[in-house]
Ligand binder design. Structure first.
Ligand code: IPE
Ligand code: IPE
Ligand code: MG
Length: 241
């Protein structure tokens, strides 16, 4: 047992690339948005499973900086789904002591959605249970570029000495600055790629690529993945003692 109370040496921070909504819908002869709605309904169960599994941080990829390439209809449907998700789930999240944060390029989103995101963050700011981070209009490269811009501004304005920059510096400028690095990254739907998710932060994460499509994901599958993480030997470049 780790001395911080986690069970089975499990992951403290799990990040999930929730993929496969479109294929789930298409296999049922339904429009892609039907799959996105089914996918959104899976989130609650996974969030609520975290405390028992000892997962303190859950980060979920909802919309990437590249997802704007989809049809206008799908993008608009997703944005509307994010708004209704926040409106519907806000109270339940707070009642379950979930602290919600958003990462990604917020100014690129419509103002109504931005306001709902700000409100949910404020509303759950005092919650000290599961830390749920939702990535919307998020891309790892975009995040590093935005962080670098702020860092360069600090150098230009004399607040940061370029000689003092090391691997601890950039993370302080990332959207994830208050989060620990993910220990386990799960991607559903059988694709073995990371699609621009948490590039810097996942340098030493363990990965699980599973065939299940996101709308079929359950707390049992989640629990199995968390348990199998505990059996892994993370060496971080070193050798076993
Ligand atoms: C993931 O499901 C959700 C988003 C990217 C918004 P997809 O929409 O990518 O589903 P597939 O990969 O086409 O099946
Ligand atoms: C990654 O899935 C983004 C999200 C899950 C939000 P995509 O379906 O967009 O990624 P690719 O296109 O398969 O790389
Ligand atoms: Mg996909």
């Amino acid at each position: 047992m780790p001395d911080d109370g986690r069970q089975f040496g499990g992951p403290r921070h799990v990040a999930i690339i929730m993929d496969g909504n479109g294929r789930w819908a298409e296999s049922r002869g339904r429009p892609r948005l039907f799959g996105h709605h089914a996918g959104a309904r899976r989130v609650r169960e996974v969030v609520q499973a975290c405390p028992d599994l000892g997962v303190e941080y859950l980060t979920i990829f909802a919309f990437s900086t590249e997802n704007w390439k989809r049809t206008q209809k799908e993008v608009a449907g997703l944005m509307s789904l994010f708004r209704s998700y926040i409106r519907k789930e806000a109270k339940d999240l707070r009642d379950h002591n979930v602290r919600v944060r958003f990462i990604g390029d917020r100014p690129g989103l419509d103002i109504k959605l931005q306001n709902l995101m700000d409100e949910l963050e404020e509303m759950t700011a005092e919650c000290d249970g599961t830390n749920l981070t939702i990535a919307i209009n998020y891309g790892g490269r975009d995040e590093v570029a935005r962080a670098t811009k702020r860092l360069a501004r600090d150098v230009a304005e004399g607040r940061l000495d370029p000689e003092a920059i090391d691997v601890e510096t950039l993370p302080r400028y990332l959207d994830t600055r208050v989060l620990p690095d993910p220990d386990l990254v799960i991607r559903t739907s059988g694709e073995a790629r990371i699609s621009n998710f948490l590039l810097w932060q996942s340098a030493y994460a363990e990965y699980e690529f599973i065939d299940t499509l996101w709308p079929d994901f359950t707390h049992e599958i989640f629990a199995d993945l968390v348990a199998s993480y505990a059996g892994r030997d993370r060496r971080f470049g070193g050798v076993k003692a």
